[in-house]
Design a protein around this ligand. Structure first.
Ligand SMILES: Cc1ncc(COP(=O)(O)O)c(C=O)c1O
Length: 434
């Protein structure tokens, strides 16, 4: 039999990878808690929670059990015309923990499809109400919503997708107002962004279906935080102009920013919210797009034409739903938000040290996320300095993947104080060696 690397070299096509230049991937054979282990048993701390999904840590006994028990009972059933206990109970639970009347849960497979569903719901909502002119979307510079065509369109402001412009739907980009520790131009940046939104609403509001944004934290666009007050004002202005508001909480949901959902910190409720990643605690690909009652009601009619004609083979997969339900119960059993608060306090203390380093600018932390920019490093997804750091971190047993010039930590909530200390020391040493 071939080794992992031989099989990989011959047959595998990895995501976000230039195979002509990238070195071999790390063969990982086991994972537990905050750690990954390679074939030789070498430990690598998973400081970005395997693309931000593994919230409680890898191979959690309670989640393993929930998955195995569901597999013994029923692995899958089609979801048109059928309902099953894990999906029914998960939908009920999500409606209970989401604020306001975000009550109608549409299941799909990943963050991108959750966003596709949200965009299509918003588009059809207006058509079902006889307003056919509302077709476009407002989205923010630096926003990222996934890699499918609709998600790329609203994520065009991330700068990752210029090659695909020809495939995209109509999106009007809006300036964002990022902030960080010690930022003293924040209010002016917000005022400018809000004035630009007001002008965009005047010009294009009547032909726009919705505004979409990642509340409080733009993720893949560079861990850019905004103040809750900015978020609140965007929502108010969108509502005054009659637009639907879509929150993409794919990355921010399930405790990442310190509250169960980031929107809670701004006290605002969107018309539609997208959730994935932490939904199944990193176990299985699943997402939900949750709509408020008035959105759902616009799809009710004697005619099938007004129904939402969308679905996937694995919609509401029972295994994924069972794990998601168990993960939500863990938030209470393990006092998960207190764990996030402990990480947040450690991040704040670490920022004191990191912020003083000559290679660090724009230091910032929110909930379980710590981030900063590398000084003298420019670029988007890849930069020479970011790549050099990534390699050095991996050699030191730390999985930290800078997003271009942005270095960040987003650990599983089970990470220990000792593991966190190892991460901060590693980051500082990596910066020294840069
Ligand atoms: C905010 C946000 N939305 C959507 C997505 C896309 O999710 P997926 O990669 O599961 O398709 C991501 C992925 O990083 C994300 O951060």
């Amino acid at each position: 039999m071939s080794t992992l690397i031989e099989a990989d070299r011959r047959h595998v096509w990895h995501p976000f990878t230039q195979h002509a230049t990238e070195r071999d991937p790390v063969p990982v054979v086991r994972a537990k808690g905050a750690s990954l282990f390679d074939e030789q048993g070498r430990e690598i701390l998973d400081l970005i929670s395997s693309w931000w999904t593994s919230i409680h840590g890898h191979a959690h006994p309670a989640l393993n059990r929930a998955l195995a028990e569901q597999a013994e009972t029923m692995e899958h059933v089609m979801f048109a015309g059928f309902i099953h206990p894990p999906a029914a109970h998960l939908a009920e639970r999500l409606a209970a923990i989401l604020p306001g009347d975000l009550n109608r849960v549409f299941f799909s497979d990943n963050g991108s499809t959750a966003v596709e569903v949200a965009l299509k719901l918003a588009y059809q909502y207006w058509r079902n109400r006889g307003e056919n002119g509302r077709s476009g979307f407002f989205a923010f510079e630096g926003g990222y919503h996934g890699d499918t065509v609709g998600a790329m369109s609203v994520g065009r402001g991330s700068g990752f997708f210029s090659l695909f412009e020809g495939l995209m739907c109509t999106v009007h980009p809006l300036p964002y107002a990022p902030t960080w520790r010690g930022d003293n131009g924040g209010e002016e940046r917000e005022a400018q962004a809000l004035a630009a939104f007001a002008a965009a609403l005047d010009a294009k509001g009547h032909e726009t279906a919705a505004v979409i944004l990642e509340p409080l934290m733009q993720g893949a666009g560079g861990m850019r935080f905004c103040r809750p007050a900015f978020l609140r004002q965007i929502v108010e202005m969108a509502r005054d102009a009659g637009l639907l508001v879509i929150f993409d909480e794919v990355a921010t949901g399930f405790g990442r920013t310190g509250t169960l959902f980031a929107m809670e910190q701004a006290g605002v409720v969107p018309d539609i919210v997208c959730l994935s990643k932490g939904l199944t605690a990193g176990y299985l690909p699943m997402s939900v797009t949750v709509a408020r009652e008035p959105v759902y009601e616009a799809f009710l009619d004697a005619s099938f034409d007004k129904a939402f004609a969308h679905g996937h083979s694995f919609t509401a997969n029972p295994l994924a739903c069972a794990v998601a339900l168990r993960s939500l119960a863990l938030f209470e059993e393990e006092k998960t938000l207190a764990r996030v608060a402990r990480i947040a306090a450690a991040h704040e203390a670490a920022l004191e040290r990191l912020g003083a380093h000559a290679r660090v600018s724009h230091p910032r932390a929110l909930g379980s996320v710590l981030a900063f920019e590398l000084t003298d490093s420019v670029g988007s997804y890849k930069t020479a300095e970011g790549e050099a750091l990534r390699d050095w971190f991996l050699n030191e047993g730390l999985n930290i993947r800078p997003l271009g010039p942005t270095v960040y930590l987003m650990p599983p909530y089970c990470i220990s104080d000792e593991q966190l200390a190892r991460a901060y020391d590693g980051v500082l040493e990596g910066l020294d060696r840069l």
